[in-house]
Write a protein that binds this ligand. Structure first.
Ligand code: FEO
Ligand code: CA
Ligand code: CA
Ligand code: CA
Length: 620
């Protein structure tokens, strides 16, 4: 494969090429291959609410009255196939910040639609491909911490590079346009804008100095020539989803880190490299210009990535911390809550076909204003087993349960999870914890290989060749997120009821009027409504006919109703959602748009937009 071919792949297609896959799992129950729609709905009935509680076709023809009956404040919108944003009547939107926009005045005007941003200005602007984000109130200011997941080299590098850097400067340019941005935002009276030159503004890139804590810090598995102590990794990469701690810091989640490494010479393709899709050539040729990314020179460097990293947005001089106790995998997001006894609980998904859902539980407890020492470095990592009888359990990953040393089982959490019999899932994306009820939701985006390759069909992942995805939810025993067991069901199975009248038609809360595929981003608002963002097939053809562009929907988790709120420009996924302090504005991430959205000057720009109600009421 030519270099220029490699860079044309999506991250998901790149994974297909590397083909990391779970070990065959004896514990993974094989259920009836002919999926029973009745069986699925039986599961929903176990919870007494959700999909089965409503008749099909509630939003087959959406009306305001029906939407209000379901608790929605808006009239659901139709699909779109154009290169624009659409929101319900009575709502409006505008861009907040675009790839290449200045965070400091010296970079104003730095972006050109023809040449992008210069290397000199590349760490002074908002990065590309916006993803997870959270808003923090600090000293009366509003700060957004937001990820830039990856970069499109074809539009950032000179045309003659064909999407691969030709020198070290071009590598620096790409590194700087990814990572994390902390930016102050303010309502100017004409909508929200970034506060250029705010002392809180900060860029964190693939080169930013970090520290590591927890059991892996100082282990041989993370020692490199540049850091023989194994305590000071540099950079956070492929920052996908987000999380926030109870104490007001940002959690950035390192996902497809594997793609940044390659080898210029001999290296050993270990079991760990294979399971994590590491090897061969990197997507951006970093290894040619920077030894840190060269597996033949620094074989332990990939072990320093794939972690949950904590950033204090209130202190621009703070050093980010990689929390090894939370395990290393392709982190989607991190949903923090508390056990009844005050211990900190973090739910996390590993976005790969057949990988697992994890939970971390601290040993110490958190109280408002109390110490946070050790809360993310001293605890136990668990992995989820979803039984076919709609119960589930958290399996502890410990030396006693895995036969692996503690540092080893955290670095290779996937292998540890296989050893204890975790359930292979259909690509766990975001997890959201209901603020009003003891339950958590995980978007399982899709899995083209379910039913093969060590991923037999199971009750929580019930469809072979699952191109539509589903959302699983669990309720912990005793309403305690620290409990060892839970009950689960499927909140929704996405599908296309206009094409299929079997399980691929989706659950009963999916109708021709609200259908979608590939749920990904999720967040609860303060009212207990579940906002669902999609990252799927937007061809509007074949199995996806009638589903249009990627979208953001709102789910009522009590009734099961789901209504479409926003449609993205064709080509884009919707990812990342947070709200202004007064909840009157929702900030929504639009990643990899097509056409020339939003400026119409020939080049599409990944952007965060503001969305608000024209009557000034809160939107979440
Ligand atoms: Fe970066 Fe799994 O999405
Ligand atoms: Ca995602
Ligand atoms: Ca994506
Ligand atoms: Ca996705």
């Amino acid at each position: 494969m030519k270099k220029s071919d490699l860079i044309d792949l999506s991250w998901d297609e790149f994974d297909e090429l590397r083909d990391p896959r779970p070990a065959g799992n004896d514990f993974d129950a094989v259920v009836d291959r002919a999926i029973s729609r009745r069986g699925f709905l039986g599961g929903v009935l176990a919870f007494g609410s959700g999909a089965v509680a409503m008749g099909a076709g509630v939003f087959g023809s959406a009306t305001s009255a029906r939407a209000q009956a379901a608790g929605f404040a808006f009239t659901p919108i139709d699909i779109a196939t154009d290169f624009d944003i659409h929101v319900p009547e009575g709502y409006a939107w505008k861009p907040l910040v675009r790839w290449g926009d200045a965070l400091w005045s010296e970079a104003e005007g730095a972006f050109s639609p023809e040449t992008g941003v210069s290397v000199e200005m590349s760490d002074k602007v908002f990065g590309e491909n916006t993803d997870g984000m959270e808003l923090f109130e600090v000293d009366g200011k509003q700060l957004i911490a937001v990820n830039s997941e990856y970069v499109n080299p074809k539009i950032n590098l000179p045309a003659d590079s064909e999407g691969m850097p030709k020198n070290a400067d071009e590598v620096v340019l790409l590194k700087n346009l990814q990572g994390v941005t902390v930016m102050e935002v303010a309502d100017t009276g004409e909508g929200y804008a970034v506060v250029v030159d705010s002392p809180y503004n900060r860029r964190i890139t693939h080169e930013t100095q970090m520290t590591m804590d927890g059991p892996v810090a100082g282990s041989d598995l993370v020692k490199t020539n540049a850091d023989p102590e194994g305590m000071s990794p540099k950079g956070t990469m492929n920052n996908c989803g987000s999380g926030r701690t109870l104490w007001g810091t940002y959690l950035t989640c390192e996902e497809n880190f594997n793609g940044y490494f390659g080898a210029t010479g001999e290296f050993t393709l270990t079991e760990g490299f294979e399971r994590y899709g590491i090897g061969g050539e990197g997507r951006y040729a970093y290894e040619k210009f920077d030894e840190r990314y060269d597996l033949s020179k620094e074989p332990m460097e990939p072990n320093r990535h794939g972690w949950i990293t904590e950033i204090d947005p209130a202190n621009p001089d703070s050093t980010p911390v990689k929390h090894s106790a939370l395990g290393r995998f392709k982190h989607e997001n991190a949903a923090m809550t508390q056990a009844t006894d005050g211990r900190v609980v973090v739910y996390m998904g590993d976005d790969e076909r057949g990988e697992f859902i994890y939970r971390y539980v601290s040993n110490g407890v958190w109280t408002e204003g109390g110490s946070t020492d050790g809360l993310l470095s001293d605890g136990t990592l668990y992995v989820a087993k979803f039984n076919d009888d709609m119960t589930g359990e958290w399996l502890a990953l410990k030396p006693e349960t895995t036969g692996m040393e503690l540092a080893e089982l955290l670095v290779h959490a996937r292998m540890a999870g296989s050893k204890v019999g975790a359930t292979t899932m259909d690509r766990p994306e975001w997890i959201a914890v209901n603020p009003l009820k003891s339950e958590a939701y995980c978007a399982l985006t899709n899995n083209s290989k379910r039913g093969s390759e060590g991923m037999p069909v199971n009750a929580a992942n019930p469809r072979e060749t699952n191109d539509y995805g589903q959302i699983v939810r669990w309720r912990p025993e005793g309403e305690d997120h620290g409990a060892e067991t839970f009950a689960w069901d499927l909140y929704v199975m996405a599908g296309n009821p206009a094409v299929y009248d079997n399980a691929y038609g989706g659950s009963d809360n999916v109708t021709p009027g609200n259908m979608f595929n590939s749920p990904d981003g999720m967040a609860f608002d303060t009212q207990g409504m579940l906002w669902i963002q999609t990252d799927g097939d937007d061809s509007n053809e074949g199995d996806f006919a009638g589903q249009g562009n990627n979208q953001m929907l709102v789910g009522n988790t009590e009734t099961g109703d789901i209504a479409r709120f926003l449609t993205a420009p064709n080509g884009a996924e919707v990812t990342g959602l947070c709200w202004s302090a007064d909840k009157k504005v929702a900030f929504v991430g639009i990643q990899h748009p097509g056409g020339s959205w939003p400026d119409g000057d020939g080049i599409p720009r990944s952007s965060v937009i503001s969305v608000w109600r024209e009557d000034g009421q809160a939107i979440g």
